[in-house]
Design a protein around this ligand. Structure first.
Ligand SMILES: NC(=O)c1ccc[n+]([C@@H]2O[C@H](COP(=O)([O-])OP(=O)(O)OC[C@H]3O[C@@H](n4cnc5c(N)ncnc54)[C@H](O)[C@@H]3O)[C@@H](O)[C@H]2O)c1
Ligand SMILES: CC(C)[C@H](C(=O)O)[C@@H](O)C(=O)O
Ligand SMILES: [Mg+2]
Length: 354
């Protein structure tokens, strides 16, 4: 059972260290190797996804990732940006299915910015397509063009999906809904964008194969509104790469903090990359302030999806629940009457409860 750990940049280093401690404490025979991805890789090699990392990631059964990016690398040419490394590994490993569960632990019902009665009991799964859409579409660029007789800079990207890409993420979402609340909401912008008209058509074509799942459709702007108005109406949401990026950050705040939202990015054979949904949080990096729970919960998803170790996954998730019930909080989810811990102490608290 080979795990490639890519801490990345900023708080990535701090939070993956805690998740690795948790994995090691389980006493399972994991082979864990670390490598560079993102800004740290650019600094060391000039490449955000260097060849040595590619080899390790391809040979591993699963990848645990912290986060990449930060202001230090914002001025670099696009192909050297840390985020290109992340997009590169997702594409290279064929990780098209991104599962982002937004679950509100009862102890955190006051940590959300929404009223407790709106969010209590929340349990949503966002299924985001991860290797297509406008993120990868060609052509793309910024160039000088003569427009209306004036030389000006012109920026462009291309949004596209083929029906095969839509069908395979659709199947992941229908299967997930079948195992949960049996409701699937497909989110698109079919009133404006042809690509997402195709998305809706293909979801409708799949529906008869899953008669026990109730499929509905929603336009993305309405979905963004409904997620804060009445989030519990959702069970599973399936959507494209860009809409999924935005909606999953929005959903994270329903759970109290983006520091609570794990994710799994899977290929067709459950090889996976596991990472928190948040970024490298340059504002709190190196201060022992980051919440490591999203990363620890991502490691639990790794145990479940790649290694089929359901019991071990639940051990980790139960330990996280216990820590919250014991009143331990990092700053992002702190409220009066609870005890504030740093990143490392939070990792230790989870270890003690395993
Ligand atoms: N998967 C990834 O690697 C990933 C995801 C998103 C953003 N990024 C990159 O991260 C950098 C910063 O992006 P951003 O500021 O827009 O988003 P961010 O998610 O890094 O931070 C947004 C806010 O949430 C807070 N936050 C995030 N994670 C937290 C945690 N675990 N505990 C406590 N607070 C936490 C941060 O302090 C910040 O105030 C950018 O370079 C961006 O490209 C990377
Ligand atoms: C850093 C960026 C490339 C990434 C994305 O947009 O997919 C991030 O925001 C995420 O949600 O994982
Ligand atoms: Mg994002």
């Amino acid at each position: 059972m080979k795990i490639c750990v890519l801490p990345g940049d900023g708080i990535g280093v701090e939070i993956t260290a805690q998740a690795v401690r948790v994995l090691e404490a389980l006493g399972l025979s994991f082979e864990i190797e670390h490598a560079l991805l993102g800004g740290c890789a650019v600094d060391a090699t000039g490449d955000p996804y260097p060849e040595a990392t590619q080899k390790l990631a391809q040979a591993a059964d699963a990848v645990l990732l912290g986060a990449v990016g930060g202001p230090k690398w914002d001025g670099l040419p696009r192909e050297q940006r840390p985020e290109r490394g992340l997009l590169g590994i997702r594409k290279q490993l064929g990780l098209f299915a991104n599962l982002r569960p937004a679950v509100l632990y009862p102890e955190l019902s006051n940590a959300s910015t929404l009223k407790p009665e709106v969010v209590s009991g929340l349990d949503i799964l966002i299924v985001r397509e991860l290797t297509g859409d406008i993120y990868f579409g060609q052509p793309r660029g910024i160039e000088l063009r003569s427009i209306d007789g004036v030389q000006q800079r012109y920026g462009y990207n291309t949004m596209h999906y083929d029906e095969g890409e839509i069908r395979r993420i659709g199947r992941v979402a229908f299967e997930a809904a079948r195992k949960r609340g049996k409701r699937l909401c497909s989110v698109d912008k079919m009133n404006v964008l042809e690509t997402t008209q195709l998305w809706r058509d293909v979801m409708n074509e799949l529906a008869p194969e899953y008669p026990e799942v109730a499929l509905t459709h929603m336009l993305v702007d309405n979905c963004a509104m409904q997620l804060v108005r009445a989030p519990k109406q959702f069970d599973v949401i399936v959507t494209g790469n860009m809409f999924g990026d935005i909606l999953s950050d929005e959903a994270s705040m329903l759970t109290g903090s983006i520091g609570m939202l794990p994710s799994a990015s899977l290929d067709a054979n459950n090889k996976g990359l596991y990472e928190p949904s948040h970024g490298s949080a340059p504002d709190i990096a190196g201060k022992d302030l980051a919440n490591p729970l999203a990363t620890i919960l991502s490691a639990a998803m790794m145990l479940r999806y790649t290694f089929a170790l359901e019991e071990a996954a639940q051990r980790v998730e139960t330990a996280v629940k216990k820590v919250l019930a014991q009143g331990y909080r990092t700053s992002d989810i702190y409220e009066p009457g609870t005890q504030k811990l740093g990143t490392r102490e939070m990792g230790e608290a989870v270890l003690k409860n395993l």
